[in-house]
Design a binder for this molecule. Structure first.
Ligand code: EPU
Length: 345
């Protein structure tokens, strides 16, 4: 693994660092103290001093799944650990170890350029490699959890590095052991296992439709199709601030689902494990007429009701006020509670 050369054991503290360009919502936020993390070796002494001083702390990766407040107290660790390399290859898998600070999409593109298919359905998801397992990113019929072998992290509770196997990570829909234990782990490296036997995943209707004229699509074809769909449906954060899906698709039990179906026969949903049903939150919000709706500078994206956007000058308060209006209306109309997907710091 290529590590930053001559990185100091303890990084320099950056005081009152503006984070507006470091979060995809483009929210104004000032970090009281920030530290660039470029190698895991910096973490033991830095975390000892942060914890010793009783400071609150958090990790910021690509800033693509966060709602940052105007002032961020304590310590913010800017995850920048680089590097990716093939570490093992056997008849079943190729293993690739990747630094937590690598850009997710660039990593996916790199695997395909190495002729290592598997991650193509997860193309163009914003953010870093280290953040991907925390909320178990997923799209177009794939979830990152399936491709993870082990995760290396610094455990701030034990003040030691730990290695968690995939089965230790309690992965579920947009959930993991890391998410269930906030302010505990700092992911430093993710080791992926990419199966040698590649099977295209086209279960997602929109993706299959996009590839209708390509009878035997390659991983590159799927990668290109996913990029095309995402670009057409999701706003580019460089042009319009956003954090992707703002709400999770809510899970309801079978009896709630059948009752809803009587009142709303058009309801869009997907089967889930243990007889539960996953409802399309975008559809629920859309049915309440929210597409294009605005509360000041915060708005609902006009092409996809699940995405909240910053029309310019919004702060965390504006975004969360809009989110509450949506949650209330969806609760009143469907009796369903919507949970916010990004981390609210
Ligand atoms: N829908 C509407 N109106 C809307 C939005 C959606 O009627 O405004 C309907 C769609 O027509 C579709 C259904 O709701 O039938 C589901 O919508 P879509 O296919 O766009 O997917 P999604 O459920 O909104 C999820 C993930 C996305 C992921 C896509 C593709 C969640 C919360 N979101 O979106 O993930 O890219 O599927 O797999 O699970 C993210 O997490 O940030 C994210 C973008």
């Amino acid at each position: 693994m290529n590590r930053a050369k001559n990185a100091p054991a303890t990084p320099q503290a950056l005081s009152k660092l503006p984070l507006e360009s470091r979060n995809t919502f483009g929210l104004p936020s000032i970090a009281e103290l920030a530290y660039e993390i470029t190698t895991p070796d910096q973490l033991p002494s830095l975390m000892a001093s942060i914890l010793g001083a009783g400071l609150v702390w958090r990790v910021l990766g690509g800033g693509s799944n966060v709602v940052l407040p105007d002032n961020l107290p304590g310590a913010t660790l800017l995850m920048n650990i680089p590097g990716h390399e093939i570490t093992n290859s056997n008849e079943h898998y190729t293993e690739v170890a990747v630094g937590a600070g690598e850009n997710w999409h660039e990593f996916v593109a790199w695997t395909l350029a190495q002729d290592l298919p598997g991650l193509e359905n997860l193309a163009l998801i914003p953010g870093t490699v280290g953040a991907a397992p925390i909320q178990n990113i997923g799209a177009y019929g794939a979830e990152v959890a399936e491709f993870i072998k082990v995760i290396e992290a610094f455990d701030s509770q034990a003040q030691a590095f730990v290695t968690l196997r995939q089965e230790d990570c309690c992965f579920a829909y947009r959930d993991s052991y890391f998410k269930q234990n906030p302010a505990r782990f700092i992911v430093t490296k993710v080791v992926f296992k990419l199966p040698k036997k590649w099977v295209p995943r086209l279960s997602y209707a929109e993706l299959a439709k996009q590839l209708i004229a390509t009878p035997a699509p390659t991983a590159q074809n799927i990668f290109a199709a996913v990029c095309k769909i995402r670009q057409s449906k999701l706003p580019d954060p460089k042009i319009m601030g956003n954090a992707g899906s703002f709400f999770q698709n809510p899970l309801v039990d079978a009896s709630t689902y059948s009752k809803l179906l009587v009142s709303f026969p058009e309801l869009i949903s997907y089967p889930d494990t243990k007889g539960m049903r996953k409802l399309a939150a975008g559809w629920l919000i859309d049915q309440c007429g929210f597409k294009g709706y605005r509360v000041g500078p915060a708005g609902v994206y006009e092409k996809q009701a699940l995405v909240l956007v910053n029309h310019g000058g919004a702060n965390a308060h504006d975004i969360l006020t809009l989110a509450k209006v949506i949650q209330k209306k969806v609760q009143e109309r469907f009796g369903v509670e919507l949970y916010i997907e990004p981390n609210i710091f």
